[in-house]
Ligand binder design. Structure first.
Ligand code: ADP
Ligand code: ASP
Ligand code: MG
Length: 406
């Protein structure tokens, strides 16, 4: 009989210390003894990646992206080796590999590389020898043999891509919560675990800040129809299935609330109100690889206007420098930054067919005296930028108003 293959990914919090690495090893061995073939993907221990970034910034605030990838990939190399040792200690054969060793080939976009192909020979060979295969998440190698990383949270992507490439029977993402909740359970303890969620809703949630899954990993899962099971590494209960379609008698209007504190708002003041100015500003930003999210242009007065937009906090300084460089050409006077903002979003496929959702959202914020600074919408979400100090209160109020609380 052909053995079933399971991909199991363990996030940083699941391997934050020796005890937790041993806990993961015990779970892996239990599955191995049940007769499964296992490929285990691991993230760096606890907050290692953040600590490495901090270390780099102490030396150079603007480090080379190639060297950054060299540095960050070491985090995962530590955890795979330790997990292999912990599994050996339990008397089971296991072998660890870096992304480069197992042939995860990416493009050359350091710190956010895309996977081009995966050569599975080495993994297959080790599986055939009966070994548990442990792969370092979040990393690959480009055609120049340089190590690359796949963007923050990229171990999720490693797991999903391996599940697709190895035609795995299951892809399990183990984390420090019991699954996908109606909102971050650390912000709202009344949040409910969702049994099953569609790729589209999960992708929207991930893109809007629900850190629990990396958005790019969901894009790949959706494209190749890889079902994902998100569950706790500390409990045995089943978690949340992320799948193509969830059959419900009637669509709930709002299925989740998300919170993102990772953005900054940049305001370009007193821009001349004439054709071509916005194009100039945003082309300059694009040429400098700053991705812009929400954009709002204020009502013009005296043929001048303010344009505000949001960027990832990491890109805020780059955005400001870029606009300052183009200041004279564009005719801009001042550029302001506000990092004390948060994006609150409501997500739900049911929104498409239910009017009045936006009004209800704004009313909840108004009742709590929370000012909305920017608004944006998609087919299945509405987002508001508010001051950061109100973020948690807004999430809890919306969670309750849209009937999501336990
Ligand atoms: P890992 O280290 O396993 O990759 P992450 O920290 O990346 O874990 O993601 C898990 C965290 O995501 C949880 O601890 C939780 O606080 C947060 N989170 C945010 N939104 C949600 C949500 N809707 N459902 C579950 N967890 C969420
Ligand atoms: N260690 C990497 C990060 O912190 C990748 C991951 O955890 O998925 O972003
Ligand atoms: Mg993660």
């Amino acid at each position: 009989m052909v053995k079933k293959l399971i991909i199991q990914k363990f996030g940083g919090s699941s391997v934050a210390n020796v005890k937790r690495v041993q806990n993961v090893a015990r779970r892996v061995v239990r599955y191995k003894k049940k007769g499964f073939n296992l490929v285990v993907v691991v993230s760096a221990l606890g907050d290692t990646t953040d600590e490495l970034i901090e270390l780099a910034n102490q030396i150079n605030i603007n480090p080379s992206e190639r060297e950054m990838d060299m540095l960050l990939s070491t985090g995962e190399q530590i955890s795979v080796a330790l997990l292999a040792m912990a599994i050996h200690k339990l008397g089971v054969e296991a072998i660890s590999f870096t992304g480069a060793q197992v042939g995860i080939i990416t493009d050359a976009a350091h710190t956010r590389a895309r996977i081009i192909k995966i050569n599975t020979d080495k993994i297959q060979e080790a599986l055939n020898k009966g070994k548990v295969v442990i792969v370092a998440g979040f990393q690959g190698v480009n055609l120049n043999q340089d190590i690359t990383t796949l963007g923050r949270g990229g171990s999720d992507l490693t797991a999903v891509a391996l599940a697709k490439e190895l035609k795995a029977d299951e892809c399990e993402i183990y984390t420090d919560v019991k699954g996908i909740y109606t909102t971050d359970p650390r912000v709202e303890p009344l949040a409910k675990k969702i049994k099953a969620i569609t790729y589209d809703e999960m992708l929207e949630m991930a893109s809007l800040g629900a850190q629990v899954m990396q958005a790019r990993s969901i894009e790949v899962a959706k494209k190749f129809n890889v079902p994902i099971h998100v569950r706790s590494s500390f409990k045995q209960d089943s978690g949340t299935m992320i799948i193509k379609e969830v059959k419900k008698m009637e669509e709930v209007v709002v299925s989740a609330i998300t919170l993102n504190k990772g953005e900054a708002k940049i305001t370009v003041c007193n821009v001349p109100d004439r054709p071509g100015i916005a194009a100039k500003i945003f082309n300059e930003l694009a040429d400098n690889e700053v991705s812009v999210d929400m954009i709002v242009q204020n009502v013009s007065h005296l043929r001048q206007t303010d344009i505000s937009f949001t960027v990832s906090k990491n890109d805020a300084q780059k955005a400001i420098k870029t606009i300052n460089r183009a200041k004279v050409a564009v005719g801009v006077k001042d550029v302001l930054e506000d990092s004390d903002i948060a994006r609150i979003s409501i997500v739900g496929v049911g929104m498409k067919s239910h009017p009045g959702v936006a009004g209800k959202m704004f009313e909840v914020l108004a009742r709590n005296k929370i000012n909305i600074e920017m608004i944006s919408t998609s087919d299945i979400s509405i987002s508001c930028i508010v001051q950061k100090k109100f973020a948690e209160m807004a999430v809890r109020a919306l969670h309750s108003k849209f009937g999501l609380s336990k």
